[in-house]
Design a binder for this molecule. Sequence first.
Ligand code: ATP
Ligand code: MG
Length: 409
Amino acid sequence: MARREERKLLVGLDVGTSKCAAVVGQITPDGEVEIVGRGEHASRGMNRGDVVNIEQTTQAIKRAVENAEHMANCRAQSVYVGISGTHIRSFNSTGVAPVRAGSVSERDVDSVMDAARAIAIPADQKILHVIPQEFVVDGREGIHDPIGMHGVRLEAKVHIVTGSISAAQNIYKCVESCGLKVDKLILQHLASSYATLLPDERDLGVCMVDIGGGTSDIAVFRGGSIRHTAVLPIAGNQVTNDISVAFRTPAPYAEELKVQYGVALPQFAAGHEEIEVRGVGDQPPRRLSRLTLAEVIKPRYEELFRFVRRELHRSEWYELIGGGVVLTGASAQMPGVVELAEQVFELPVRIGMPHNVAGLKDVTRNPAYATAVGLLLYGRQSRPQVARAANQGFGYWMQRAGEWFKGSF
Ligand SMILES: Nc1ncnc2c1ncn2[C@@H]1O[C@H](COP(=O)(O)OP(=O)(O)OP(=O)(O)O)[C@@H](O)[C@H]1O
Ligand SMILES: [Mg+2]
């Protein structure tokens, strides 16, 4: 088997509530990422983004990675892993430092970033990311790369993401039990947005919502930088549960009904179409119209979008996302979801597929793989050799951001 180093491979591992997905990306000579392997396994040891069963989560990771390795004909040694869950906290902060030698040096940037991250956080939380939004040199705002600029006062505006220490340690434990090293632990919504958002959307203002099984993860960008993140505990599993309760049918069958016949708006279901619904225990199956199924699904998606809209108003970003809303995650595949979201948000909405990668179509055309692909892209961008080659701009600061939070766990 080819060794990972010889082929320049990276592995992204999305440990989700519904599925554990691993993707192997090969870096081509011109620096692009080609997806050459993918593996997936049902995730039973997770609840709303949190590990609740170490053994089951370890097994799911093992299977997913093995399948991806098999397809890519390689052996993975380390992985970029995603983290999310209701324990994630995020906020903006600023730091100030003097410019020591007349023009801004890397040391000055390190000092100002240290100042920005010097904030009190709860004892059970650790900093996951300190992401630079912009720098201000002697009052001049909107600077993305301050190195070499003349001035006496440097200010950094950053977005800080923290997570529960024990939640992160549990992920480390599961991954390391599979004989793998964690390259980096990355916020899942940061990864998904990295895979799905376009540069002009990030500039103009956009809200990405990754609707998974256990959580819906929100990331707001504007001016090219991340401004706000949030995790909502409503997602696809609640929709399945509603179907199960409303039709008195077992959860696995409710899931099948949802994926096969579900629509988010009644007009997407022809009124006369009937489906057979299996009963609980020895109750006989019943026939129901697809329209009735839509009437159960719609309110839950609507509720989710209303929560997202409320979160955007609360954080005062609603008026500033001219680029609209991008929906991703497997639950974004429900027919009619874009139209329903447009009604609630009163903004343009689109589905975010992983972009900027070539290779396996069932990954690159599948919103369920946005996080796993984003982890890979983040990993590639944060590798020193890639970031230094660019030597400035987003890639460079991603790499620096990697160094700033390195060793947090
Ligand atoms: N074709 C489909 N249409 C609608 N929903 C779907 C479809 N396929 C899968 N889902 C739903 O998507 C959800 C899983 O989404 P996803 O795979 O993105 O979650 P995850 O990443 O494992 O979970 P999380 O991000 O919450 O930790 C499940 O609730 C599943 O029912
Ligand atoms: Mg997910």
